[in-house]
Ligand binder design. Structure first.
Ligand SMILES: Nc1ncnc2c1ncn2[C@@H]1O[C@H](COP(=O)(O)OP(=O)(O)OP(=O)(O)O)[C@@H](O)[C@H]1O
Length: 589
């Protein structure tokens, strides 16, 4: 078989820069005579023999095949790495696929720490994103990694060499990814054969609850929750339809509908589902009232989560008691929501476990803003309504805490509560249920917050930890999105048959270089001509391209007739030039 330029061929190392800041083991490069004697690249454009020299105005040195560019003692081979045997965390496919990511030959050695710090800088990437260098210590010396910001994280990944990275070091954790994926799916889910009408400026109505599971109580009017997409901003909202709601002009219900926008929509709180507006409609064949609220995909109610016995016959399967930190978290979030509601002179009123939406792990939001004002207008004084809110919050926590005992053990719920939870939690719940006294304005909720102050700190601490964790992963996704934008550009530039005969587009071989670069990054083959898929190589190349490092690479055409030596910086300016030209020509400009 004809031997092509492949991964076993030596890579090019400039004579002035030690690769990776260290000396590579001495090695004879074994450069194929054909490649070594290859003529400088001559683009097939009209411009004669300007070759590599014309490629970058800031680097006018023309390529000379006889110049001592190849330093045999420092030449490093590109070795594709497939750590098929590592099987860390039992996830061998994952490791195989992503292999290891090398922070190799583009780094420059720095003499001392002062210089390292002075080298911490920002520069603009190919895609306009800001990029900063990253300092990493490796034993006796430290280096600046100039081409990416994938900071190494957990040191306890066993079985890998210090320079190796696994997929989980670079990409979002699988568990988090699945959660977000499920939420995205839940937002987009709809039924193509749906017969539901459009309502005002909302379309694609999709019911969020199985009709069979809906509980009918004689007192409360029937309500159904849909998700729907707004014509006005394209976002998904939750629509609660209150069936058969006969609104008399100037009745309290009708006033509540029109005032929801003014009062309840002002609440912007992390423990409340904001209700934006309410209106009546005949679209369903009756007079229904619709309350439009924020949509939280893939969420269920607290009742569905913790008190399924109210929905289904009691199960005989043992369910462990709810952990105390979870109950504290619920309690603090309820207090947070009630503080926001009471402090603007409102009462939550519909305080049942089904009115609290579980939107994440231990994350709840009050989901019935303004509902009771419409369905059950009341003339009870505000401070009494607010006292009832606190009492019902205590009832919810108590019933959740004792739900498993009530259905599965013989002990009384109160005994179970006493046995299973701390005196602090029991005191807090007892205060809510029995001691919250009606006083002026929002003082009651403040008195409760004072009582549970130390426990609020614990909950805040956990939520700050979670915040740090998510911010960390967000930072890594920032790096990945940088590369996605770069990939968009490379794909938009390569293979444009409409410009194949256009000398202005081919522009002195720059487009050809970009196409050869694409082969170098994505289409590597081994000695037998089989594809080599090394994500580490691709990731490193794209990052180096984005930053435009000075490392040189040799690009060889598929028929080996064209050989080109370029730096990533030159490739970056070629990509920027081609992208700019493409934007200029595109109709969108
Ligand atoms: N704002 C919202 N965002 C996302 N999903 C929601 C929202 N509000 C409700 N849901 C979904 O709709 C389902 C039904 O909510 P609903 O408030 O009707 O509870 P329910 O237990 O069915 O009450 P009822 O018995 O009165 O119908 C919930 O399980 C939840 O999955």
């Amino acid at each position: 078989m004809k031997k092509r330029f492949n991964v076993d061929s030596p890579s090019f190392t400039p004579s002035t820069l030690a690769a990776n800041g260290t000396s590579a083991p001495s090695k004879t490069p074994g450069l194929s005579p054909r490649a070594a004697s290859a003529a400088p690249f001559q683009p097939k454009s009209l411009t004669p023999a300007s070759s590599v020299a014309s490629f970058s105005s800031s680097n006018p040195k023309s390529y000379n095949p006889n110049a001592p560019d190849w330093v045999s003692s420092e030449t490093q081979d590109f070795v594709p790495q497939n750590f098929t045997n590592l099987n860390i965390d039992g996830n061998s496919d994952y490791n195989d696929l992503y292999g290891s990511l090398h922070d190799s030959s583009s780094t420059a050695q720095l003499p001392n720490m002062d210089q390292q710090h002075s080298n911490y800088h920002f520069s603009s990437g190919v895609n306009g994103a800001q990029h900063s260098s990253y300092l990493a210590g490796t034993g006796t010396s430290s280096q600046v990694l100039q081409h990416h910001l994938y900071a190494p994280i957990d040191s306890h990944a066993s079985g890998t060499k210090p320079h190796q990275r696994l997929g989980k070091d670079v990409f979002i954790p699988e568990e988090l990814r699945l959660k977000l994926h499920k939420k995205a799916e839940a937002t987009l889910r709809s039924f193509s054969n749906s017969q539901l009408p459009n309502v005002e400026y909302f379309h694609t109505l999709t019911p969020l609850e199985a009709i069979a599971h809906r509980t009918m109580t004689s007192a409360a009017p029937q309500s159904t929750v849909y998700k729907a997409v707004s014509d006005q901003d394209g976002k998904t909202y939750s629509l609660r339809r209150i069936h058969d709601c006969h609104l008399l002009r100037d009745s309290p219900s009708s006033q509540a509908v029109s005032s929801l926008k003014g009062k309840w929509s002002r609440i912007n709180n992390s423990s409340v589902v904001t209700s934006h507006v309410a209106f009546s409609t005949q679209a369903f064949g009756d007079t229904s009232v619709i309350i439009v609220s924020d949509f939280f995909p893939d969420s269920i109610t607290l009742r569905e989560r913790h008190s399924p016995s109210q929905l289904r016959p009691p199960s005989r399967v043992y369910t462990p008691p709810i952990p105390e930190p979870t109950l504290w978290s619920y309690l603090v979030q309820m207090a947070n929501a009630l503080k926001a509601i009471h402090s603007i002179g409102l009462g939550a009123r519909s305080m049942e476990s089904k009115q609290w939406l579980l939107v994440g792990e231990d994350r709840i939001r009050f989901n019935a803003c303004g509902l009771a004002d419409i369905t059950d207008p009341s003339t009870t004084p505000l401070h009494e309504l607010q006292r009832q809110d606190l009492q019902k919050a205590g009832d919810i926590i108590f019933s959740i805490a004792t739900a498993s005992a009530a259905t599965q053990s013989k002990s009384r719920p109160a005994d179970h509560f006493t046995r299973s939870y701390s005196p602090r939690l029991r005191n807090a719940v007892d205060w809510l249920q029995n001691h919250a006294a009606p006083t002026e304005s929002a003082d009651m909720i403040d008195a409760f917050l004072t009582l549970i102050g130390p426990d609020v700190i614990d909950t805040t601490n956990s939520s700050l930890h979670l915040n740090d964790h998510l911010t960390f992963h967000l930072g890594r996704e920032l790096e990945n999105s940088r590369l996605v934008r770069l990939l968009f550009k490379l794909n938009a530039i390569n293979e444009r048959p409409e410009y194949a005969d256009d000398p202005a587009w081919r522009d002195q071989g720059q487009r050809a270089a970009i196409s050869l670069f694409r082969d170098y990054v994505f289409h590597q083959v081994d000695a037998a001509g089989q594809p080599v898929v090394d994500m580490g190589h691709m990731l490193a190349c794209l990052n180096k391209l984005d930053v435009g490092v000075e490392e040189r690479i040799m690009l060889v055409s598929r028929n080996e007739a064209t050989v080109m030596v370029v730096t990533f910086r030159e490739m970056k300016s070629a990509v920027e030039g081609a992208w700019g030209e493409l934007m200029r020509r595109s109709s969108g400009g």
